[in-house]
Design a protein around this ligand. Structure first.
Ligand code: HEC
Ligand code: HEC
Ligand code: HEC
Ligand code: HEC
Ligand code: HEC
Length: 429
């Protein structure tokens, strides 16, 4: 059905151009057909479009779900993304009077809060000159001030004409905010410098807690940009270096390599596609594959998996996991990346979103009258172990989330991932 509509749209648009473009201003008659078919042919736009159907940018539903939400649309909708690029929207936190606490300024304009992710999101000039030039430049390749640090750190991956910066602008973590105090962005360096201080305790007055953790207290899904760049972890200890990928490989090199199966090209997927790895100057001499005899794959990934397992084992409260497990491979995007199938959320009881959670839900404990939960639920919650987090534990949780949710088990940036995880393990008693 969609294709039929599209076909009519092509006929309509072409007809319109024919009648409207009699002067020299636009393509007319035979020229118009030629300029259209230059791209609209089976080897051109059509074939890229077919690849794109396999991309989660295309089949994912969050663009639809989060349209109308100014905080989500810069990364989840095409118009929202182009809007923050066009207006160079700041990623800082600021106090905007009459408010007396901070807000995150990184948001799209409310009238540009929609749009599924299509070609023109990244190729913003489409249908302007009607030549191949319309594909480049990309919508943004500028350095990216990180929203999760309130703009204090910037990622700039300059290799391959800075094309990775396009991806990083969305594939970056989201900020934690000091929700119980001034609502400013959480200061990671403060967690490192004062590791034994109490970050959160159900037993202490609420205004002494930095933020009240919940089941969904998380760094969000797009942690890859920060990990590839080797920036943005809670850096306990020393020894932070980067793998060569940080400066030599671009996202496109690995994720848009020639297609194999369902990966490569405009699917943007790297799963099972080693074409990008095994090129001259990279791994051609010692080709990488998923086989057990290949270097730089299984051993690396198993080593990082081991650190994730070891870190999760240290994050417990009264003998109970602080991190949430989820063995459902559909809802847990990171299923199989740890032995116990953690998903990066917290193991907190939440009658609606996480009924099997086994740590006390701070919100329910402290706000029984306004929580909207039943008496039975509140009573059950009060039987669960109550959470106390030190700065070191909170930092370790953030690092666990970053390293689990970069998906690749260290392939993106082995050296940085290893340092973050091993230092986090060492920082915990
Ligand atoms: C530089 C390449 C290029 C040229 C030249 C070009 N197009 Fe397109 N066109 C595209 C791309 C890319 C898309 C988006 C395809 C998609 O979404 O799958 C598109 C989509 C369309 C659509 C569908 C719009 C929609 O919302 O799905 C129509 C209609 C269309 N083009 C008409 C034309 C006509 C008529 C011409 C000639 C006057 C033309 N195009 C020339 C690249 C081009
Ligand atoms: C406008 C923001 C934006 C840009 C730019 C962007 N992405 Fe994405 N990407 C997303 C979002 C959002 C999703 C998840 C969509 C969903 O689930 O609905 C996603 C999904 C993906 C996935 C699938 C992840 C999975 O869970 O399977 C890959 C791979 C990916 N992007 C790679 C890239 C690469 C490589 C680039 C740069 C060429 C890029 N993206 C540019 C926002 C973006
Ligand atoms: C700074 C960019 C950014 C912002 C802002 C952002 N997201 Fe995302 N989000 C992403 C990226 C990138 C992904 C996909 C990561 C992946 O799969 O690798 C994603 C994934 C998701 C997913 C998981 C999709 C799946 O495949 O299961 C959900 C749900 C989601 N986001 C909801 C939201 C909501 C709700 C908001 C606003 C409150 C929001 N996001 C704001 C970047 C962002
Ligand atoms: C998430 C961002 C993104 C989306 C969406 C996207 N592209 Fe691209 N496209 C890129 C990037 C990045 C490159 C450069 C790839 C490289 O360097 O290997 C590119 C390259 C291209 C090229 C080659 C241009 C050249 O001059 O080399 C064509 C053609 C193209 N895209 C067509 C499309 C079409 C058609 C769609 C929609 C079906 C689309 N793209 C959707 C990011 C995107
Ligand atoms: C050195 C190659 C390499 C580079 C560079 C690279 N990736 Fe990946 N990426 C991978 C591999 C390998 C995986 C894991 C694939 C698998 O699960 O089999 C992966 C996984 C992902 C995923 C999860 C979905 C998927 O395809 O598995 C996303 C999203 C992603 N990368 C985004 C990015 C972004 C954004 C950049 C640039 C900032 C980037 N990657 C740079 C190799 C790379």
């Amino acid at each position: 059905m969609k294709n039929v509509i599209r076909l009519f749209a092509v006929i309509f648009t072409t007809g319109f151009l024919f009648s409207a473009c009699e002067g020299p201003a636009g393509p007319a008659g035979k020229d118009a057909n030629e300029s259209c078919t230059q791209c609209h042919n089976s080897a051109g736009v059509d074939s890229v479009s077919t690849q794109f159907e396999l991309s989660k940018h295309s089949y994912g539903t969050v663009a639809f779900d989060e349209s109308g939400n100014t905080g989500c649309s810069p990364c989840h909708t095409s118009e929202g993304f182009k809007n923050v690029v066009e207006n160079n929207v700041s990623s800082t936190f600021a106090i905007v009077p009459p408010a007396t606490t901070y807000t995150n300024l990184y948001a799209a304009s409310p009238d540009k809060d929609y749009g599924t992710m299509r070609c023109s999101m990244c190729h913003f000039k489409l249908h302007t000159t009607y030549t191949h030039d319309d594909f480049m430049p990309l919508t943004s390749t500028a350095a990216v001030p990180m929203t999760f640090t309130g703009g204090i750190t910037t990622i700039d991956l300059t290799q391959d004409n800075s094309k990775s910066n396009l991806c990083v602008k969305c594939h970056q973590p989201r900020p934690f905010t000091n929700s119980n105090t001034d609502k400013n962005v959480l200061d990671y360096a403060g967690l490192v410098s004062n590791p034994t201080a109490i970050f959160y305790s159900a037993a202490q007055a609420n205004n002494l807690n930095v933020l009240k953790p919940g089941y969904r207290t998380h760094t969000h899904y797009g942690t890859v940009g920060a990990i590839v760049a080797g920036k943005g972890g809670v850096e306990f200890g020393t020894g932070y270096t980067n793998s060569q990928h940080t400066t030599v490989a671009s996202c496109q090199d690995c994720h848009m390599a020639p297609m194999t199966g369902k990966a490569g090209g405009h699917t943007f997927s790297a799963q099972g596609n080693f074409n990008g790895c095994n090129v001259a100057g990279c791994h051609a001499a010692d080709p990488i594959s998923a086989s057990t005899t290949s270097n730089h794959w299984l051993a690396t990934r198993n080593e990082i998996k081991g650190y994730l397992d070891a870190l999760s084992a240290k994050l417990t409260e009264g003998g109970v996991d602080i991190l949430n497990r989820n063995s459902d491979a559909t809802s847990n995007l990171w299923s199989g990346l740890t032995t116990k199938n953690y998903d990066g959320y917290l193991n907190m009881y939440d009658p609606i979103n996480n009924p099997t959670g086994s740590v006390d839900n701070a919100t329910m404990f402290q706000a029984t009258s306004t929580s909207g939960f039943t008496v039975a639920q509140v009573t059950y919650n009060s039987t669960l172990p109550k959470l106390t987090l030190t700065n070191a534990q909170m930092g370790a949780i953030i690092n666990f989330q970053l390293c689990l949710r970069e998906f690749s088990l260290g392939i993106h940036n082995y050296a940085y991932t290893k340092a973050l995880l091993t230092n986090s393990i060492a920082a915990l008693p």
